[in-house]
Design a protein around this ligand. Structure first.
Ligand code: SF4
Length: 489
């Protein structure tokens, strides 16, 4: 059996053919010189890799070198590697002698099955259609060919605002306990910082699983205790409780610690044994089997130039307060809290990412490619494949809708409805002009005004544009937002 080279995001047993298969693991320091990562993200990657090496013991050759090439020179035998997760890494492994590249693992639908499905559609690809295909293809939550419960999506039942009590009544997710490996990682990162490798964000206790065992424990706990509340509150934001009932498993899937199909089957089982309501189960499965896989596949299906799409002509650079996660200088309560969440945890859930961070950047016209890099490096679960589709295709609408139907842009009213932020904010979500004008509300109209000729028209957009035409102060709002520029709101 050939030795299997596992990248640091291919760590689970599902990346091996046999539990005893010989393994190669490489820790490359150059990876951390190339980009400015969040400190907690760097910690998690190193911790997970070193934990896996310790688990495998003599079964693995574990090399710590500056570059992958240096490590590979030390290994003489033929190697196999599963399809890596970035174009750069794929080109690298394909260019190596002695290395056989195998199909991707860790994503329920294969690249070939996706390509066949997508080719049949030709035009714009939609997650909802893919999700339906994946449910049928994998036989998940279906009775015959029909969806369990009669509908493919129960999304409309999963849009509750946050609970008035300021907390969800769910037990907290189990947090990992740091060990000697984490202590060694922390000491190494401190030393690397002294040597000049730069990180951003605060160091903190490790909050995300670094081993398959920790990830499985979190999954089991989620399915039993948190899944029922996940669905209704999956879009809600609470200043007092950033986790709500989210699974906090995305980094475990993306490190390859946990097979997503195990989570999907577990959630389905929770429904079938009546332990969890269908809207929550369906919502979770849509995220994993539908959205996550769709995002993975669009990264490979569209060509490499997609990452640099900028059809709205956004030219602004990310300001320093944003890139450095300097939340203390931000008055807008929602943005300050979310940015502080990124700084302190390298994680906020999907709605703060999309409707606070992404929405703010879209309104300001910041370059999508810079934003891809920012989300990739600042988030615990960020990788190029995840963030290209989420940022370029979804939140920044930079390709004019190859995978979404409309730009995800919203004013303060949305944030007010779905969070508890606006009550304590110096801005007023209803105001678009003046001293206390909400930057999201003003930014919404300024964005639409700036891009009215670029955004493809549909019935919904036409209604919004008509509404804008009835506003007498749009030019003043545009002017106000131009003056605000990239300053922290
Ligand atoms: Fe955010 Fe505007 Fe609400 Fe303040 S008023 S919290 S800036 S949405």
């Amino acid at each position: 059996m050939s030795r299997r080279w596992l990248f640091a995001d291919q760590l689970g047993p599902h990346f091996l053919d046999d539990r005893r298969q010989p393994v190669l693991l490489i820790e490359s320091k150059a990876v951390f010189r190339r980009r400015v990562y969040h400190r907690q993200k760097a910690h998690l990657i190193l911790s997970a890799l070193r934990h896996r090496a310790a688990e495998l013991g003599e079964q693995a050759i574990f090399l710590r070198t500056e570059t992958y090439r240096e490590a590979l020179k030390q290994v003489r035998e033929p190697l196999e590697v599963c399809h890596p997760t970035s174009r750069r890494a794929l080109a690298f492994v394909r260019g190596l002698d002695r290395v056989t590249v195998l199909p991707a693992r860790g994503y329920p639908t294969s690249l070939a099955d996706f390509a066949e499905w997508a080719d049949e559609r030709r035009g714009a690809l939609r997650m909802e259609a893919f999700y339906r295909f994946a449910r049928q293809h994998h036989g998940v939550l279906v009775d015959g060919d029909e969806p369990v419960g009669g509908r493919w999506s129960l999304d409309v039942e999963n849009r509750e605002p946050p609970p008035k009590e300021g907390k969800l009544d769910v037990p907290p997710a189990p947090m990992p306990r740091e060990d000697d490996i984490d202590a060694e990682v922390r000491a190494d990162l401190d030393r690397w910082e002294r040597e000049g490798i730069r990180f951003v964000g605060r160091d903190g206790p490790r909050r995300f699983p670094a081993t398959g065992k920790e990830a499985k424990a979190r999954l089991r706990h989620f399915l039993k205790h948190r899944l029922p509340a996940f669905g209704p509150y999956e879009d809600a934001m609470l200043s007092t409780d950033p986790w709500l009932a989210h699974s906090m498993l995305s980094s475990s899937f993306n490190l390859g610690l946990l097979d997503p199909m195990e989570a999907v089957r577990g959630a389905e089982q929770a429904y079938r044994t009546e332990a969890a309501p269908l809207p929550s189960v369906e919502g979770f499965i849509r995220q994993v089997l539908g959205w996550r896989d769709f995002i993975w596949h669009t990264y490979w299906y569209f060509d490499a130039s997609w990452r640099n799409s900028n059809e709205l002509g956004a030219r602004g650079s990310l300001p320093a307060w944003w890139t450095e996660l300097d939340a203390d200088g931000v008055d807008a309560r929602c943005l300050a809290d979310v940015l502080a969440g990124v700084r302190d945890r390298a994680w906020v859930h999907h709605i703060p990412r999309l409707m606070v961070l992404g929405n703010y950047a879209l309104q300001r016209g910041w370059r999508p490619a810079e934003l891809v890099e920012w989300f990739h490096t600042r988030f615990i679960d960020g990788y190029e494949w995840v963030m290209t589709a989420n940022v370029v295709g979804m939140s920044q609408y930079a390709d004019l809708g190859r995978m979404t139907t409309k730009p995800y842009v919203a004013g303060g009213a949305y944030i007010n409805r779905m969070s508890d932020y606006c009550g304590g904010c110096r801005y007023d979500p209803r105001k678009r002009l003046g001293e206390n004008a909400c930057p999201f509300t003003a930014g919404y109209w300024a964005f639409l005004s700036r891009n009215r000729d670029r955004i493809p028209s549909n019935a919904r957009m036409a209604r919004t544009m008509k509404q804008m035409d009835r506003l007498s102060d749009v030019d003043a709002v545009v002017d106000q937002e131009r003056r605000r520029g990239a300053a922290a709101p």
